[in-house]
Ligand binder design. Structure first.
Ligand code: HEC
Ligand code: HEC
Length: 383
């Protein structure tokens, strides 16, 4: 990884909602920074490779942080650049670090027993480790906990797309009775009376701890959970030796008569749309997916297409965790999914041979790249 953390002469260029006339944050004297809050510059540079000084965020403390220019966040090979970052929530090193702390802290749950990472495990591509997650007081969720990687590119969140942004999503698990079972007011109160947190929030946000700021910090951390640079990306980038013959055949099938590309399209292997492949059909209780949000008949049994990156680590699969292995997934598609009145017209039996099935599995396994994980330099190497 290269490290390009210098603050350059052109760094006053406005990026996210600020004007060029604003003072570059690095011009602010160090003594104006809150006491004891050394900027975690080095650590962020490690994780994101390039940190550029830039503008301040409207409504946020200009003295505390150095915004990271979206174009300069190091994007792993294969992913789209720049990273989409909303204008009202620019990425700041301290904000990412705060979001990371919150993500791994059970303080957000009613009785201090569950953190976001209880269900979104780093070693499982930030997804769950079983079919359905267990939340507070042993409560069972009804859907599989999805991977949080590359969600910076999301167009909607949850399997049924019921929330539009990471910011809106972030408070949902806190008040979900089967996940963290708290109330947002209660959590805000708790964080305000916690010295570490009240200081960390004050260093990033002018108005300190608030529901909105919890959401902004959490979303910022999640935006840095990126994965690319897989063998498939290296192959597509010209390194023909990156894939085995079998994985290459799998890639070819994926892009041709396997029909996978029709839904798992683009750089993140998802069209971010909703399809009925029949996974939930005939099961009780019936999960109608997107229909529950839109009420439209055509959405019955449709679920959001997930990314395939890191699929080797995110077993079990599908919104209900009903398929245990990648081989089972490929066999499911080979049968044309589960027949039902609203099955996506793209779905049909594929007549794949045993060799084809194995090849598709090795292709999927070749989508396991490095995981970039937030602001502390934590980088999981592909074993
Ligand atoms: C008890 C387990 C559990 C906990 C705790 C939990 N989640 Fe989740 N998470 C899930 C499940 C299950 C889903 C999918 C639910 C659905 O689609 O209806 C999900 C979905 C998500 C999504 C949507 C991903 C996508 O691609 O659609 C995000 C983002 C997310 N969680 C972030 C968080 C954050 C942040 C926290 C902590 C504040 C958290 N989760 C805590 C189980 C959990
Ligand atoms: C018609 C659109 C469509 C096609 C074609 C398609 N998929 Fe999917 N894929 C989806 C959707 C939607 C889901 C989630 C379904 C659910 O959970 O109900 C999914 C889920 C998956 C998953 C599970 C990922 C996870 O994290 O749970 C894998 C792996 C997968 N597909 C691989 C493939 C492969 C390989 C092919 C080609 C043989 C393929 N898909 C063809 C839409 C499609």
């Amino acid at each position: 990884m290269h490290s390009e953390r210098g603050v350059h002469a052109d760094s006053t260029r406005a990026v996210t909602g600020a004007t060029a006339s604003e003072k570059a944050p690095h011009d602010v004297p160090a003594r104006k920074r809150p006491q004891g809050r050394a900027p975690s510059f080095k650590s962020v540079a490690l994780a994101l490779c390039s940190v550029l000084a830039s503008a301040r965020a409207l409504g946020e403390d200009p003295n505390a942080s150095v915004a990271i220019e979206p174009r300069r966040v190091s994007i792993p090979l294969g992913l789209a650049s720049p990273l989409p970052i909303p204008a009202d929530n620019p990425l700041f090193p301290e904000k990412i670090a705060l979001g990371r702390k919150l993500f791994f802290d059970p303080i957000l749950s009613r009785n201090g027993s569950v953190s976001c990472s209880s269900c979104h495990l780093p070693e499982h591509g930030f997804g769950g480790d079983g079919p359905l997650p267990t939340g507070i007081d042993g409560g069972k969720g009804r859907r599989n906990a999805p991977s949080l990687l590359n969600r910076a590119y999301a167009q909607s969140l949850f399997w049924d797309g019921r929330v539009p942004t990471l910011e809106v999503q972030a408070l949902e698990p806190i008040r979900n009775p089967t996940e963290m079972g708290a109330s947002v007011e209660e959590v805000v109160k708790r964080l305000r009376t916690n010295r570490d947190y009240s200081q960390a929030f004050a260093a990033v946000f002018e108005d300190g701890v608030s529901p909105q700021n919890i959401a902004k910090a959490m979303a910022s951390f999640e935006r840095t959970l990126l994965t690319g640079h897989s063998a498939v990306d290296r192959f597509r980038n010209g390194d023909v030796s990156a894939l085995t013959d079998s994985a290459r055949h799998g890639l070819w099938l994926f892009e041709s008569r396997g029909l996978c590309w029709k839904c798992h399209s683009g750089r993140n292997f998802t069209d971010e749309k909703f399809h009925n492949t029949g996974v939930s059909w005939g099961k009780a209780p019936l999960d109608l997916g997107r229909f529950e949000v839109s009420g439209k008949e055509e959405d019955r049994g449709r679920f959001k297409t997930p990314t395939l990156r890191q699929a080797a680590r995110t077993a079990p699969y599908m919104h209900d965790g009903s398929l245990a292995t990648l081989r089972e997934v490929v066999e499911f598609y080979n049968h044309g999914g589960t027949s039902n009145p609203n099955l996506d017209p793209i779905m049909r039996p594929l007549n794949l041979s045993e060799n084809d099935i194995r090849s598709l599995v090795s292709f999927l396994e070749s989508l396991t790249g490095k995981v970039e994980a937030g602001a502390d330099g934590a980088t999981e190497e592909n074993p």
